[in-house]
Design a protein around this ligand. Structure first.
Ligand SMILES: Cc1ncc(C[n+]2csc(CCOP(=O)(O)OP(=O)(O)O)c2C)c(N)n1
Ligand SMILES: [Mg+2]
Length: 340
């Protein structure tokens, strides 16, 4: 009986784990494609996400479809795992006419209304108080959904971190704080940003703070699942300190060789994708052939979709004047006449 149950749980877990790995691979492949396209002058700017795939996918695995994410500029793996079409990301980076925001946002400032991924904002940690507000609304309306908000280690040194954490704790909100602790805030290492371990900051607000190995998607899934279950059950917020590493530059405008050695090399034992592959093989969920097939499919998908998105024309200039007022003001009308 027990063995039967174990077998059944393995059967349901296997596709979920394979899907998680596939999302990590797709994100990594896209990351490299965009960085190389930026170097060729085909893309203006991008914030790579290499090294943070496992932690994000682990969190996403624990979420329900209707849950809300107040993420930040590095959350491509989470978006892809949640089912956001890859074109949504590429069109946003390119700011073309198919972009949801019509090219008005800086690249890497994604949004997906359909999959409840709120629009990314530039000011570090400004998503945290908004996430608390959304969680307050869910609680007030007695909904069973939760909010997850993600941010970097540097974000924990800002006033908005305090505002979000305090609000969530006081009102016992259904909110999980996920610190994507990649060790760096641009060129500043975490130990120079903040003198305590990030998980300890939770105790100042009277909420649990847990550390998780963010390079291991299965561990991350389990830690996130527990925190999300607590939030859904009305037990209040948790802070997760997801230890990872920013394997690439801060952005395509940054040169990390000026201030650090790259400690986690792609394809090395520390790479979260390599760790994920070993986990899948040890659980007997995948073999080298399947992993190879997933990698090849990712390359094909990324190449095809990237090329197709690149052919999409830029937004019509008139769109720069739209969507602010229902009816354009006379001043805007005059400006349109002058410019277009
Ligand atoms: C309030 C604010 N201050 C400074 C910046 C400039 N800035 C953009 S990203 C960044 C570093 C953030 O580091 P961290 O929170 O660790 O996230 P990571 O980029 O490492 O994922 C800084 C200082 C900003 N966007 N907003
Ligand atoms: Mg950081």
């Amino acid at each position: 009986m027990e063995q039967q149950q174990k077998k059944e749980s393995k059967q349901s877990e296997k596709p979920q784990y394979i899907r998680a790995y596939a999302a990590m691979v797709l994100s990594r492949t896209l990351d490299k494609k965009i960085v190389s396209a930026q170097r060729q002058g085909r893309v203006g700017f991008y914030t790579p996400t290499m090294g943070q795939e496992a932690l994000q996918v682990g969190v996403s695995m624990a979420l329900e479809k209707e849950d809300l994410v107040y993420g930040y500029y590095r959350d491509v793996p989470m978006m892809l795992h949640r089912g956001v079409p890859i074109e949504t990301i590429i069109n946003q980076i390119m700011g073309n006419s198919a972009d949801t925001a019509k090219g008005r946002q800086m690249p890497s400032h994604y949004t997906s209304k359909a999959l409840h991924f709120m629009s990314v904002q530039s000011p570090v940690a400004s998503n945290l108080p908004l996430a608390a507000g959304a969680a307050y609304a869910l609680k007030y309306r007695q909904k069973k959904n939760v909010v997850v908000t993600t941010f970097g280690d540097g974000a924990t040194s800002t006033p908005d971190f305090h505002a979000g954490m305090n609000l969530a704790a006081v009102f016992k909100l259904p909110l999980v704080f996920v610190c994507e602790n990649n060790g760096w805030a641009i060129s500043l290492p975490v130990e120079r940003q903040t003198p305590v371990e990030i998980s300890l900051k939770a105790s100042a607000y009277g909420m649990p703070g847990v550390k998780a190995d963010g390079m291991n998607f299965v561990e991350m899934y389990k830690v996130a699942r527990a925190a999300i279950q607590d939030a859904r059950a009305g037990k209040g917020p948790t802070l997760i300190d997801a230890l990872s590493y920013r394997m690439g530059p801060h952005s395509t405008s940054d040169d990390p060789t000026k201030y650090r050695k790259d400690d986690v090399k792609e394809g090395s034992e520390k790479d979260p994708l390599v760790i994920g592959e070993k986990l899948l093989i040890s659980m007997d969920y995948a073999d080298d052939k399947l992993l190879e097939k997933i990698r090849n499919e990712a390359v094909k998908t990324v190449d095809e979709r990237f090329d197709a998105c690149e052919k999409i024309p830029p937004p019509d200039p008139i769109t720069a004047f739209q969507d602010v007022y229902k009816n354009m003001t006379w001043m805007l009308e005059e400006e349109v006449k002058d410019i277009l």
